[in-house]
Design a protein around this ligand. Structure first.
Ligand code: GAL
Length: 343
């Protein structure tokens, strides 16, 4: 009996150790981190420092102190196994004019090579005391900026502002192949979204690079074989919609008209654009669409829809999501259940 219990004990330990190793990206499923907890990096952003990918996003797990908003940080060498690195920022209401229903959404982190600082941008919003009519208003419409010496934080909150003096809601991050860093932000009053170049220290926005006159948010950009592809989602809140793509030979535009990126009836496979990751390996370059499948009734259980896209010659298309793996060294990916050719 004692021996049986001991065997059971070791088997349990072994199975939990193995269960934590992820060999695939499984769109729409629970994605366990190194502790076995579903990754909390919603509306996130990924930045690669050396060989390490850092994933930041909205931390929504139940039981947190409701007086704060949290951004979590995860690290990975292979994009499949993510280690929880703690809360990069734990932020108290940053402005006394905000009501208690304020939000921190879509955090993105840039590394500034010149200053050696990590700079976080985040969408700070919510109702304004004495002015907003609805409890859940998004009237503040600013970006928050925070800074850190380390990728994992703690980030120190610096300020909130309106980039280019515009109302700013959903934000996106784009770092071009030459290292130039841009902030994408949606602006309701001008009915479109801006691509703006960051200042040399990344602490503010320098100038408008493009204004895309289309009512889209969740803006994401990838630069692939001489073309810029910009993707956005319609303004339907947490509910998914058919996301769209436009292209341009220059980040300054002019941009083409928008086309669907997936069969429209699937509503982007029930997800919303957040970002692209470009994995340029020794053999191939894979572009990954990062989308969020929001679950507003329990945001912590929102899922991630990561899909390797079909891209080239001005077309960007999301194949049906299926489990897949990637080798970040070669840049090659394949579906998990595909049989080798000829078998
Ligand atoms: C979405 C937006 C999310 C969040 C949500 C709230 O449109 O992309 O980041 O703001 O609305 O309803």
């Amino acid at each position: 009996m004692k021996r049986q219990l001991l065997t059971l004990f070791f088997l349990t330990i072994l199975s939990t150790a193995f269960a934590q190793k992820q060999n695939a990206i499984k769109p729409g499923e629970v994605w366990p981190d190194n502790n076995g907890d579903h990754i909390q990096a919603h509306g996130g952003g990924i930045v690669k420092i050396g060989k390490v990918y850092y994933w930041y996003g909205e931390e929504r797990r139940p039981g947190l102190d409701t007086g704060y908003r949290y951004v979590s940080c995860y690290s990975s060498n292979d994009l499949m196994n993510w280690k929880f690195r703690g809360y990069a920022i734990k932020l108290k209401r940053p402005d006394s004019i905000l009501t208690n229903n304020w939000v921190l959404e879509r955090p993105k982190v840039y590394y500034n090579n010149a200053t050696k600082k990590y700079v976080m941008y985040m969408h700070i919003d919510g109702g304004i005391k004495g002015i907003s009519k609805s409890k859940w208003a998004y009237d503040y419409a600013r970006v928050g900026v925070a800074i850190s010496d380390k990728a994992t934080g703690p980030f120190k909150y610096l300020k909130a502002f309106r980039p280019l003096d515009k109302e700013s809601r959903d934000i996106g991050q784009f770092i071009d192949d030459d290292g130039t860093a841009y902030l994408i932000f949606e602006c309701r009053p001008t009915d479109g979204f801006y691509i703006a170049k960051l200042s040399a220290d990344y602490l503010t926005v320098d100038k408008e690079v493009s204004f895309i006159h289309a009512p889209l948010e969740g803006g994401a950009i990838v630069h692939y074989k001489g073309l810029y592809y910009v993707v956005g989602s319609a303004l339907s809140g947490w509910s998914p919609n058919p996301n769209k793509v436009a292209t341009s030979a220059s980040i300054y535009g002019p941009w083409s008209s928008f086309e669907n990126i997936a069969p429209p009836e699937t509503k982007t496979y029930s997800s919303q654009s957040t970002m692209f990751i470009k994995v340029a390996g020794s053999k191939d370059t894979t572009v990954i669409f990062m989308g969020d499948r929001w679950k507003p009734s329990q945001l912590s259980d929102s899922r991630y829809i990561w899909i390797p896209v079909q891209i080239g010659d001005g077309k960007l298309w999301l194949p049906e999501p299926k489990a897949w793996t990637i080798d970040v060294k070669t840049g090659k990916w394949n579906y998990v259940n595909d049989k080798p050719e000829g078998k």
